[in-house]
Ligand binder design. Structure first.
Ligand code: FES
Ligand code: FES
Length: 158
């Protein structure tokens, strides 16, 4: 099938997408967006987290066809051209990246937490709130303390 959707602010088309293919594989294999990672393909690890119409989802659990005509934002879309988003910068600066496989999903989920917090008035974010927001994102390198540091740093800056 032909898939037409808006990705990172741009209308994109992909031909030859199988009806049963996930949005994750459509992004990676048909739209040249390998940022979202495929680790479990079962909605367990969060490494494929993207926004679908502004809502955080696991792209491996969304069929490509379900994204037809909708708006997707991936980790690539958070940067402004060459300029990294504050959350992306914070992950680098805090040393929250080891093998990096979980990082795109964690960045999108952290971005979502900070955006929700800003919409709610932008008060301080507790460690408990960060842990809860990132509970669906697994890091096999177990760099969780640095990940918390990164989110705290991004929260300070935003
Ligand atoms: S690859 Fe989607 S949740 Fe793990
Ligand atoms: S940095 Fe390796 S899985 Fe998280």
């Amino acid at each position: 099938m032909r898939l037409t959707l808006t990705v990172n602010g741009e209308v994109r088309e992909a031909d030859g997408v199988w009806e049963g293919e996930s949005l994750l594989m459509a992004l990676r294999d048909h739209l040249d967006l390998p940022g979202s990672k495929n680790a479990c393909e079962q909605g367990e690890c969060g490494s494929c987290s993207v926004y679908l119409d502004g809502e955080l989802v696991c792209a491996c659990l969304v069929l490509a066809g379900q994204a037809e005509g909708r708006e997707v934002v991936t980790v690539e879309g958070l940067a402004a051209g060459e300029e990294l988003h504050a959350v992306q910068e914070a992950f680098v600066e805090a040393g929250a990246v080891q093998c990096g496989f979980c990082t795109p999903g964690l960045i999108v989920a952290s971005h979502d937490l900070l955006a929700r917090n800003a919409r709610a008035g932008g008060g301080p974010i507790s460690d408990g709130e960060i842990r809860e927001a990132l509970a669906g994102n697994l890091c096999r390198c177990k760099g969780y303390e640095k990940i918390l540091d990164a989110v705290r740093l991004a929260a300070e800056r935003l």
